[in-house]
Design a protein around this ligand. Structure first.
Ligand code: CP3
Length: 340
């Protein structure tokens, strides 16, 4: 097994810089679109054979140093007793948003092995095939709660902040239930064999630091504390748009902090203390011509040279419009410039 990625997560010395991309299995790949064309997104997520196939696609095509389980952060929300739909061009939709005491009371904290056996099965199938580590993942409670409250993606997070400020007790109850679900879900992934875990806090950056400290961070801390009791797999915490939150996010308890591209990685490294870092190329940089793109990769590697550990990644998910050639160019450049 190529454990370069795991070593970098733990801050151990590596022969070269490992690289993977958030959303590396996805619509920018014609191979993914071919599989996806035969089924719906939710059905795909529930088929261990197809999930295994699409997880492996970018690994086999480009030689990434880690694989990420193919699923979605919202899958466990369906297991909590919610109707979940994915609409073409609009993304996830919860037709019955969770905005009342009654709706919060009706949420269940599911047994992950019983309600999401397809996820654990996918992990087991992947472990037989992979020669690089497998990353399991979940959403962070604050981010998951935004989808439940807004009924889908949002721009202004009106319902989220309304409940946060008008009914904080109820909001905490909602966050606690999602936390209980997520904690069990990540533990189950580790038991099934996931070799690292990433927590996606995609919307953390919409919060004022004080509200982040009250409504987001404690729940991530609690999940990580639970995980530490049962597993020693590296934990990555990615708070998107979170560079101003670093003084808070360093206390989450993760091994690795994921960084978006809005901060120079060198400045972030000065602030993260004893953590490895993951990131942080602007996903749009993959639209640069090859030479300019390679220059950016080189610059980023140089800027990250003083990190305790660096896992090269994009600062957020790869965009569907990206040419697959550019993924190959970045992976090759990271490996070449870092001495592989
Ligand atoms: O390769 C991988 O990274 C593994 C698979 C993965 C998906 N979603 C597949 C997916 C992962 C790790 C996620 C995480 C996820 N899902 C996040 C956190 C990361 C982030 O982007 O901030 C969030 C917020 C979601 C929720 C979600 N799922 C949205 C908002 C959407 C619609 C927008 C979009 O990007 O399409 C999805 C759908 C989704 N999840 C797709 C894929 C491949 C596209 C669905 C399709 O094939 O039609």
């Amino acid at each position: 097994m190529n454990d370069t990625f795991l070593k970098a997560c733990r801050g151990e010395k590596t022969d070269y810089t490992p690289v993977w991309f958030m959303r590396q299995a996805g619509r920018y790949l014609p191979e993914y679109r071919a599989v996806r064309g035969k089924t719906t997104f939710l059905e795909l997520c529930k088929s261990p054979e197809l999930c295994t196939e699409v997880t492996l696609q970018p690994i086999n095509l480009f030689g990434f140093d880690a694989a990420i389980l193919f699923s979605d952060i919202l899958i466990p929300m369906e297991a909590m007793n919610l109707k979940l739909e994915f609409h073409e061009g609009r993304g996830p939709v919860f037709p019955d948003p969770v905005r009342t005491q009654k709706a919060v009371d009706e949420l269940i904290v599911p047994d992950p092995d019983a309600t999401m056996p397809f996820v654990m099965e996918t992990i087991k199938l992947l472990l037989k095939e992979l020669k690089v580590p497998l990353i399991g993942f979940s959403g962070a409670p604050f981010t998951l709660a935004t989808y439940l409250l807004e009924g889908g993606s949002s721009k202004f997070f009106y319902e989220t902040k309304k409940m946060m400020f008008e009914s904080p007790v109820l909001y905490h109850e909602l966050l606690q239930k999602i936390t209980d679900c997520t904690s069990l879900y990540l533990q189950a992934q580790a038991r099934a064999g996931a070799q690292a875990l990433q927590i996606f806090d995609s919307w953390a950056g919409v919060l004022a630091p004080g509200d982040y400290a009250r409504f987001a961070l404690p729940y991530v801390q609690s999940i990580i504390k639970d995980l530490r009791q049962v597993t020693d797999v590296p934990i990555i915490y990615f708070a998107n748009n979170g560079s101003t939150l670093i003084p808070n996010t360093v206390t989450a308890g993760a091994d690795v902090l994921g960084l978006d591209w809005r901060i120079n990685i060198k400045d972030a490294i000065d602030k993260v203390g004893n953590h490895a870092v993951q990131g942080n190329l602007d996903p749009m940089a993959l639209f640069l011509p090859q030479e300019a793109l390679e220059k950016r990769v080189k610059q980023l590697l140089d800027d990250a040279s003083q990190a305790k550990g660096h896992i090269f990644n994009l600062g957020h998910g790869i965009l569907p419009q990206t040419s697959p050639d550019k993924a190959r160019i970045v992976v090759d450049a990271v490996h070449r410039f870092s001495g592989k």
